[in-house]
Ligand binder design. Sequence first.
Ligand SMILES: CSC[C@@H](O)[C@@H](O)C(=O)COP(=O)(O)O
Length: 353
Amino acid sequence: MSIPLSIEWNNKRLKILDQQKLPLEVDYLTLETLEDVYDAIITLKVRGAPAIGITASHGLAATAQRYETNSLEQFHQLLCKDATYLAESRPTAVNLVWALERLRNAVQNAATVQEAKERLLEEAEIIHKEDEASCRTIGEFALSLLGDVTKVMTICNAGTIATAKYGTALAPFHLGSERGKQFQVFACETRPVFQGSRLTVWELQQSGVDVTLITDSMAAHTIGAKGIEAIIVGADRIVANGDTANKIGTFNLALLAAAFQIPFYVAAPSSTFDLTIESGEKIPIEERPSEEITHIAGKQVAPNDTKVYNPAFDVTPSSLISAIITEKGIIYPEYNENISAILSLEKGDNHEN
Ligand SMILES: CSC[C@@H](O)[C@@H](O)C(=O)COP(=O)(O)O
């Protein structure tokens, strides 16, 4: 797989693949300050739940190296302030707060400021490496779950550039391509900012996967006309009962999967679960600027002063989800019991529930 990595961390320098420039340009951006990190996340230069979490953790760890204090109390205060600032960049993907919390926990018992600084750098690297391993395992599970299925639909980009590597929903296609299994993937363009056409189509083409672009409104027709056998998507937050927030339009696909009686799979690492929330209506849904809808590539496509509603995510009820594929195993209904059982497995253990 020769797809550029979305996040590079070398010699304490953080570089991200500028996803706003894709597919026309492959360009990396160095993030020097905490404000650069915040800006890269909010403007979707780096996006996708795991990639946001990894970027924020390296960004916070790098920023903390510059705190000029020997007081641990002051160090914790600065870290808390900066973590809170980054956490506000995007509200729906729980991986962001999860990663920042992990960093804060990693320094709880540090004896000196110097030790705390080193622990932050180490923890950010661990988060980064864990995600790569998790995504690869998710890909293996997804590949086995899909079995003989070849025609699959997806939305948004839950691929290698949305994670450390491999992706979640796109991981089985990359692994399949390496092993000679040819999927036919139908990618929804994913309005309003086209993560499907700009990112998923480009990414799967790099891997040699057979990918066909459709507009979001063509999904129902395409499932019937092309004989789609399964739908697989990523996730931004999965709560205790299995309700899942993902890119706007995902809920539509889940309803279509039920209508056509084909499986609807969610693929996500355990860092995307939020068991503090019982059910989906409590998930915060990000609303984005109206220009994402009133303009396309800088050109106005709606009248001046058009009233706009632009939620970036929707919540799919768990009753529409056939299985959730994680690095710890494949979770089937009843989700209330089975999610907590699988997530409580130790690192390295995994099984199908
Ligand atoms: C492995 S990425 C999973 C999700 O984050 C992805 O499906 C998605 O909805 C991304 O939304 P985005 O707004 O592009 O960050």
